[in-house]
Design a protein around this ligand. Structure first.
Ligand code: GEK
Length: 246
């Protein structure tokens, strides 16, 4: 029987006092953390599956950049068995990759899904069908983002796609504050305490640097993507589809 993931209490008992890092302790509770911290996480994966079903062909490769414990790729492999896609996850946290490999074995998906250690900003995989960049660009230094997105564009085959999901800021100060309040409420409703939320926000302060919708859109357009459209939005969380022209 599949056990539920261990509960995320990292910021409850003050286990994390320094800046946030993707450590062994974080990896252990990560699935529960994502489930309770990312609005409509599963819906975004299902939406991604619908889009990949349209834009990818048999034998295409899907690369998940910042794949963490592999949840997205394993779900996609389950949702798109007819496409015969190859799935590769890349992450630089060994603890996350250990969990991802274990889950791939548990769900008997190790033939289709592989996980590699590496820095995603150095990705070199010419002819890729799709790059997934879900809640990860926000951890890349802002000055490096333009070059990184350009590299992804170059490595995609014509007609290939990027899926970009991020927490975003609004340049309207009132809306920005209200969206953050609504997200705060979302986490309270999922069992996090005020103190846990405040501690995590502090730990992420210098680590997670969100861009606005416009800035993310501009990053994609300036790299050469032609169609750049949001396919999902929940207050300050947005997912984009960007298509490389044929
Ligand atoms: C999901 N996409 O389930 N190179 C490689 N990995 C990195 C780098 C880097 N430079 N920087 C950060 N990471 C996943 C969730 S989590 C989002 C992504 C979050 C990795 C880091 O180790 C972590 O596993 C992941 O990016 C970000 O949809 O924790 O909010």
């Amino acid at each position: 029987m599949v056990q539920p993931p261990p509960r995320d209490t990292l910021f409850d008992i003050g286990q994390v006092q320094e800046d946030f890092v993707f450590s062994e302790r974080v990896a252990q509770v990560f699935d529960d953390m994502l489930d309770r911290s990312v609005p409509f996480y599963q819906e975004v994966i299902k939406g991604t599956a619908r889009l990949l079903d349209i834009f990818l062909g048999p034998d295409d490769t899907v690369i998940d950049l910042g794949c963490s414990t592999g949840t997205t790729l394993l779900q996609l492999a389950r949702l798109l068995p007819h496409k015969e896609l190859h799935f590769i996850g890349i992450d630089n946290s060994p603890a996350m990759l250990d969990k991802a490999r274990l889950k791939a074995e548990m769900f008997s998906k190790q033939d289709r899904v592989s996980f590699l250690a590496g820095d995603i900003t150095e990705t070199e995989e010419a002819g890729t069908g799709a790059f997934l960049l879900n809640y990860t660009l926000q951890f890349i230094r802002p000055l490096r983002r333009k070059e990184f997105i350009r590299r992804l564009f170059q490595n995609l085959r014509p007609g290939g796609v990027v899926i970009l999901s991020e927490k975003m800021i609004s340049h309207d100060p009132l809306l920005n504050r209200k969206y953050i309040d609504i997200y705060h409420q979302f986490k309270l409703e999922r069992g996090y305490s005020e103190l846990e939320i405040a501690r995590k926000r502090e730990a992420l302060e210098n680590v997670l640097i969100p861009f606005s919708m416009e800035e993310n859109r501009e990053l994609l357009l300036s790299a050469g993507f032609t169609s750049v459209e949001p396919f999902f939005q929940w207050f300050n969380f947005t997912s984009f589809l960007a298509i490389k022209p044929e």
